[in-house]
Each structure stands twice: as C-alpha cells, then as structure tokens.
Design a protein around this ligand. Structure first.
Ligand SMILES: CC(C)(COP(=O)(O)OP(=O)(O)OC[C@H]1O[C@@H](n2cnc3c(N)ncnc32)[C@H](O)[C@@H]1OP(=O)(O)O)[C@@H](O)C(=O)NCCC(=O)NCCS
Length: 166
C-alpha cells in the first residue's frame, strides 16, 4: 500500500477528531485523554490543536490512516529534544506499513530540524507498541511507576528514547 507522511493542519480537523475518538475508544492505553474528554473537543478546538503544528499524519489516498503528536520545545536548552505521542494507526492499517511511514517521516523531519533525541512514554503492557518502537531503535530509559490511572487502575510506563543525531 502507498502511504504518505504529512503535517496535519486545520483542514484535517474532522478526520483527525474522528480517528482520535476511535483510538481513545479502542486503545485507551495509547492515550492520556479519556473518551469523555475527547468527545468534548469541538471541531473548532480540534482545528486550533492542529494549527499549533504539533501533529503529523499518515495518509493513503486522502484517507487519514494514523497520526502522532510531535512536540519540540522552543527553549534553547531543550531544543535538541522532541516528544512523540499519542501515536495511533487505525486497526485497518495496522501491520500494513502505515505506522512505519509515520515514524520514518517524523524521524527524518526531526533530524532535518536539528533534533537529536526523540522521547515517548508507552504503557509497559503495550507489547505491540513497544516492539514497534524497538524496531526503530528506541530504548527503555526509565520505568515510570503509576504514571496513568485508567478507570481507577494504576498503569506503569516506559520512558523510551531514540538518539537521532546526524
Ligand atoms: C503501536 C502502533 C502504532 C504500531 O503500528 P503497527 O502497524 O501495529 O506496527 P507494526 O505491525 O509495523 O509493528 C508491530 C510489531 O509488533 C509485533 N506485534 C504484533 N502484535 C503483537 C502483540 N500482540 N504482542 C507483541 N508484539 C506484537 C509485530 O510482529 C511487529 O513486530 P516485528 O516488526 O518484529 O514483526 C499500532 O499498533 C497502534 O496504533 N496501536 C494502538 C495505539 C497504541 O497503542 N499506540 C501507542 C501508544 S504509546
């Protein structure tokens, strides 16, 4: 399948919002936001979030197959780092290369922008995501105890990092 990496902008608000609601519902461990919280995001608010230029997407034809947050600090002392997440590909396109195109696109863009370290948090039980990140060279830098509580249940995260210095 052909997948295309692109920055998401205001015009993608509807597609992004719908994919985000699906992700939050089907893969709650992949998101910080609850389904209830995500449902209260208006289209205008979704457009404003995308306008901040911190979300990237992967498309097949004009269909949004997945997205990920990509945040760089403006502070001089932190400019070498960028944070990824949430990272989500819709079930229909999982295992089909969309996630790899998205991750490769982010890595290339980050490297070109002078970022030297990518960072993310992943639930310690999310073995598929961990395997995916490891394939790109991410390493477990720390274990974060009681990082998220989902429906009252405590979850732990790995903090994972990838060095991408040129
Ligand atoms: C995480 C995600 C983006 C990865 O995309 P994907 O298309 O599923 O990834 P791939 O198929 O390329 O790679 C997944 C890897 O996990 C393996 N895998 C598949 N199912 C697995 C399972 N149940 N347990 C462990 N590993 C599994 C695959 O074999 C593959 O490893 P390999 O490259 O060594 O063969 C996608 O699964 C997703 O959106 N998941 C839901 C949201 C989520 O959890 N996001 C991460 C939040 S931090």
């Amino acid at each position: 399948m052909d997948f295309r990496y692109a920055a998401l902008t205001r015009e993608h608000a509807e597609q992004w919002q719908s994919l985000r609601l699906e992700g939050v519902r089907d893969f709650p461990v992949g998101f910080m936001v609850t389904a209830k919280e995500a449902a209260t995001t208006s289209l205008e608010r979704a457009a404003d979030i995308l306008a901040a230029d911190s979300t990237r997407g992967v498309f097949t034809d004009e269909i949004l197959a997945g997205f990920c947050g990509f945040r760089r600090s403006q502070l001089e002392r932190l400019r070498h780092r960028a944070e990824l997440g949430p990272f989500f590909v819709t079930a229909r396109f999982q295992g089909r290369g969309a996630a790899s195109v998205l991750m490769s696109g982010v890595i290339e863009e980050a490297r070109a922008a002078g970022v030297e370290q990518l960072e993310l948090f992943v639930d310690t039980e999310n073995t598929r995501a961990i395997r995916f990140y490891q394939r790109f060279g991410f390493q477990q830098a720390a274990r974060f105890i009681d990082s998220v509580r989902i429906d009252g249940h405590s979850h732990n995260d790995y903090f994972m990092t990838l060095r991408i210095a040129a």
